[in-house]
Write a protein that binds this ligand. Structure first.
Ligand code: FES
Ligand SMILES: [Fe+2]
Length: 349
């Protein structure tokens, strides 16, 4: 399992302080730390001396010090042994950047740019991350259908009692999946409706596009009075995904709000940001809990019985393999059938 060499999110910038952090990308064990000027540095999590985990070391004056014999890894790639002499070799190093509240990395030397999250009509409000013990295909499945929002979510999504009115259009081409859902939203308490920009009997439109290199889904959320009315943009949500191992995946959500919305009021901005982050956090956790509780975590979609919302499932696997894995996705051996009835703990880390 390797995958794309494009930019991936690693961790929230606020979670990378003085200590190094271990993480996985495509099955590789990596470590991130902050160099002398605070810039993120990503290395293979293995000391070139005698293979100790560098992530167990500490950062001294911007260099990562191995806990075993004290060799030091500097941000410019220089490795010094315990005598202070330059080691004859180096360790694998990845490009790293801090952007929009997140640390990003990529393994390729290609010139691909960091994602563009804000635009003239929206502003970034909140960033959050979640993970689940499932292969990336199963993580993507839940973000490609709206049916689960009727039951899994408590605020975001569609009214369970009127699910038959929920329209779902799915378009698939050689590179992308586009989905438009439209229907009656959940009934919310009026302060929340006001904050989110819903009015009384508005329809909720959830329109999104999935791309596979980089691995992301961009959502536009609109409301409108009736089908003939024009769409009013509420939020844009960018989701970026990182396959950690064959059996675990992570998602980073960037919530952007329309500048026309309440968010444009300087007075209300901190409140809207705070509540927006809280909602995204709790709704994502609901998704992750569902994924963690799946009985079978095989990526093979064939034995599953798809409903009218699930047409993207097979295409997702095909496009992921083609674009993200360059056509060489090994079939996951992680069939992890949970035979135990013990509940799996939610996996926010
Ligand atoms: S194993 Fe890292 S310094 Fe020896
Ligand atoms: Fe969801």
């Amino acid at each position: 399992m390797v995958g794309s060499t494009n930019w991936h999110p690693v961790c929230l910038a606020s979670d990378l302080l003085k200590l190094p952090r271990a993480f996985s990308l495509g099955g590789k064990q990596l470590v991130v730390f902050r160099g002398k000027s605070g810039q993120p540095v990503v290395l293979e999590d293995r000391c070139i001396h005698r293979n100790m985990r560098l992530s167990l070391g500490k950062v001294c004056a911007g260099a990562l010090k191995c806990p075993f014999h004290g060799w030091q890894y500097h941000a410019d790639g220089v490795v010094l042994d315990s005598d202070g002499k330059q080691a004859g070799s180096n360790t694998a190093r990845y490009q790293a950047a801090e952007y929009s509240g997140v640390i990003w990395t990529k393994s390729g030397m290609n010139e691909s740019a960091l994602p563009c999250l804000e635009s003239s009509d929206v502003q970034l409000v909140a960033v959050t991350r979640s993970s689940a013990s499932v292969p990336i295909e199963l993580m993507l499945d839940i973000f490609l259908e709206a049916e689960h929002t009727t039951t899994t979510h408590s605020i975001f999504g569609y009214d369970e009692r009127r699910v038959t009115e929920l329209k779902c259009d799915i378009e698939i081409d050689d590179a992308r999946i586009r989905v438009t859902n439209e229907g009656p939203p959940k009934r919310l308490l009026w302060p929340l409706s006001l904050l989110l920009g819903f009015k009384g009997k508005d329809l909720f439109v959830d329109e999104f596009e999935a791309e596979f290199d980089p691995l992301r889904i961009c959502y536009n959320h609109y409301t409108r009075r009736s089908k003939d009315d024009s769409l009013a943009l509420l939020t844009k949500m960018h989701m970026y995904f990182r396959p950690e191992t064959e059996s675990s995946s992570e998602v980073f959500a960037f919530l952007c709000m329309s500048k026309k919305h309440l968010y444009s009021s300087a007075l209300l901005r901190p409140i809207v940001s705070y509540i927006g982050k809280m909602i995204v956090d709790s709704e994502l956790q609901a998704d992750m809990d569902m994924l963690d509780h799946l009985m079978v975590k095989d990526i093979d979609a064939a034995p599953m019985v798809g409903g009218r919302f699930d047409h993207a499932m097979h295409a997702q696997r095909r496009l992921l393999k083609k674009h993200y894995y360059g056509g060489h996705r090994e079939r996951s051996q992680h069939t992890s059938t949970q035979s135990s009835t013990a509940p799996v703990k939610g996996s926010r880390r």
